[in-house]
Design a protein around this ligand. Structure first.
Ligand SMILES: [Zn+2]
Ligand SMILES: [Zn+2]
Length: 329
């Protein structure tokens, strides 16, 4: 099979390799789509996790090809819950493999024609969705878990900073929860998508001060403020824009210090998260059936041999919003 190996910062190579064999409890899938995640772009830029045998990609939709233990019928369309655990530690037994103290090593990702996953990690795709829409279940599941952790009330004013894929999915989740949502992003095409997905208004946070702008919508300020860009100044602005007893979600990864004075004064709560739950991925699939316009976040797909090119364009700030790789020939 063909697979794209991440060898060093800014370097990916397509290689022909034998397909991985499913071990005990595992199933082999033919990958139909695998989304490029912001976290994949960070490792691509920095060279973290690079190696001779690393295949990235965790936003997978695929078809069951082979289940030696016969639980999944060949041809079944599925998405994959990304966290893998040992199955035996306290966290794994509590259904939270993302915190596993002894996670398995060396598993390959979805920028390949085939991939092996534990049978328990597969989630069936509803008949109403195509494989392309279903491939966003993982990042949409991350956003829905962020919304769940923020515990918004209907009609709360929510602020979403950064309208990339995760920010746009947060907008969709907050709108589905009944919130009023104001979004911010410097790029006009992303603000337009935010409005398509239900933002009451959007603005450019490098031009307007979010705190002042949000007061124009609600004199108490935002009750929920989710920072999804990972830009440290944006997290500072988001904390400063959140109202009294508001909830700040650190959804993007800020790689610089921020000041927490306003968080203290306004008695905020804050949370972060590192992935979806299985339940929020299932909810993502259901919401995509109910509101198909959410799939507009997918801006295009590329063949496997153009994976490196798509990464370069996204890192350069071109190339779209959510880009999927399609390994099928
Ligand atoms: Zn992801
Ligand atoms: Zn474990």
């Amino acid at each position: 099979m063909r697979a794209v190996f991440f060898e060093a910062a800014h370097s990916m190579t397509l290689r022909e390799v034998p397909p991985p064999e499913p071990g005990p409890g595992e199933v082999r899938l033919t990958v139909t789509y695998c989304g490029i995640c912001g976290s994949d772009l960070s490792v691509y830029k920095t060279g973290a996790l690079a190696g001779p045998d690393v295949v990235l990609g965790h936003e997978i939709s695929g078809v069951v090809e082979k289940d030696p233990e016969g639980r999944w019928e060949p041809g079944r369309r599925v998405v994959t819950f990304p966290a893998r655990g040992c199955g035996g530690c306290l966290w794994c037994r509590e259904g939270e493999p993302r915190y596993c103290i002894d996670p398995p090593h060396g598993s390959w990702g979805g920028f390949a024609e085939r991939v092996v996953y534990p049978a328990v990690s597969l989630i069936p795709i509803p008949d109403e969705l195509d494989d392309r829409e279903a491939a966003i279940a993982e990042p949409f599941g991350v956003a829905l878990r962020a919304v769940e952790m923020a515990v918004p009330r209907p009609s709360d004013l929510a602020y979403v900073c950064g309208l990339g894929p995760i920010g746009l999915f947060c907008v969709a989740g907050l709108v589905a929860a009944g919130c009023r949502v104001v979004g911010a992003d410097p790029r006009p095409e992303r603000r337009a998508l935010g409005e398509d997905l239900g933002c009451e208004a959007t603005f450019d946070p490098t031009v307007e001060d979010p705190f002042v702008t949000l007061l124009g919508f609600e004199p108490h300020g935002a009750r929920v403020a989710l920072e999804c860009s990972g830009v440290p100044e944006a997290l500072q602005q988001t904390i400063d824009a959140c109202g009294y007893r508001g909830v700040v979600g650190i959804v993007g990864v800020p790689m610089a210090p921020v000041l927490l004075l306003r968080m203290f004064v306004r008695e905020h709560r804050a949370f972060s998260l590192s992935g979806p739950s299985r339940r929020t991925m299932e909810r993502a699939l259901d919401l995509l059936v109910e509101r198909p316009q959410i799939a507009k976040v997918v801006s295009g797909s590329v063949p496997l041999e153009d994976t490196g090119g798509a990464f370069e364009r996204l890192v350069a700030g071109e190339g779209g919003v959510k880009v999927l790789v399609s390994p099928a020939r």
